[in-house]
Design a protein around this ligand. Sequence first.
Ligand code: CAA
Length: 286
Amino acid sequence: MRELDSVERVGVVGAGTMGNGIAQVAATAGYDVVMRDIEQEFVDRGFDAIDSSLGRLVDGNKLTEDEAAATRERITGTTDLDDLADCDLVVEAAVEEMEIKQEIFADLDETIPDDVVLATNTSTLSVTSIASATSRQELVVGVHFMNPVPVMDGVEIVVGERTGEKTTALAHDFAEELGKETWESDDKPGFVSNRILMPWINEGIRTLDEGVATKEDIDRGMKLGTNVPMGPLELADHIGLDICLDATETLHDELGDRYTPAYLLKRKVEAGDLGKKTGRGFYEYD
Ligand code: CAA
């Protein structure tokens, strides 16, 4: 297995919210990064998000202009998975669909040297099932970043059925190299984070749907009452309601009725009100 000391180039599959965030923090930590998505348009949007995030970090004096410019220079965009062939570590952050992830991992298994660790940023899908698409299951691990990646301190390391101990250790060390702190979860539905977070959000939506309080008071109540930075409805909008619904449905399939998605969550997604990214979720955005 390629050790972390020898990792210079990191591949990131997916240039969406999570992928571009991971590419950014890896480049800031000094790695050369190849960020790949299936369309040039998605790669370009990923770079736009990175530019905007780096700008915010510079404005907040968390990064100098030079560090931001160096970060940006270390990231290359591509639509060709073969361009990841000389990466020493790959993190996949594509859409949360098992079939797609398995296809990507089968392709990576062919393209990437067989001593390279392949990590998945999956938030609720089974790392073991994703790894089963490869011939290197012991080198596949979950490295689950939180959104917004450049700001959130924590990364969840998910240990699949066949993940090797050295792979797990490398995943922790890699996340720490990026300035994050880690916790570890077994490969059980939703891991630690979403197993607890998704029902919290779902219950917040039910609380609104059942007329217990206004959306503002639900969010204020949880913020003031439990000291979290966002209430459940604001956080749902921040994550994306489609993503919340997908995750809750996966938990429901795996763990049963206690994870039944709220009716209002389904209705909002059907209406296309997906949160901040569409300008409207539980709240409205400019
Ligand atoms: N890039 C760089 N900087 C950013 C940023 C980004 N994408 N987003 C926010 N910031 C910076 C802001 O510029 C601001 O910086 P200054 O302090 O220098 O002004 C700072 O972060 C705080 O931001 P805001 O003032 O805009 O707003 P805020 O104080 O409410 O913080 C937040 C925003 C960091 C998102 C905070 O509300 C928060 O931590 N919310 C909870 C987020 C959360 O729970 N994420 C996990 C979701 S679950 C998940 O990701 C897993 C999954 O599988 C679904």
